[in-house]
Design a protein around this ligand. Sequence first.
Ligand SMILES: [Zn+2]
Length: 83
Amino acid sequence: MGAVAARTFADITAGALLANCGQCWARPGVPCKDGGTHLLRYQRAYRRGVLSAEDLTTVLAAVIVSEVPVIVTGGTGETAAAA
Ligand SMILES: [Zn+2]
């Protein structure tokens, strides 16, 4: 593999949409419910080799640092509680 430029968040999300969502069960190509993309969908795309570890790291950093609205954890907030 040669040098690959870092992917944009939009590119990563487009890759995630190729997988079905494990949270809301949206089919490939169909957007998630709740106005964003569920984190589980990114993880599924990673497991299927569509997203790289670097891509997934980018997504996780966005969740922690800025809580971008692209990431929805189910709408109940229960997955946001660590303890
Ligand atoms: Zn979803």
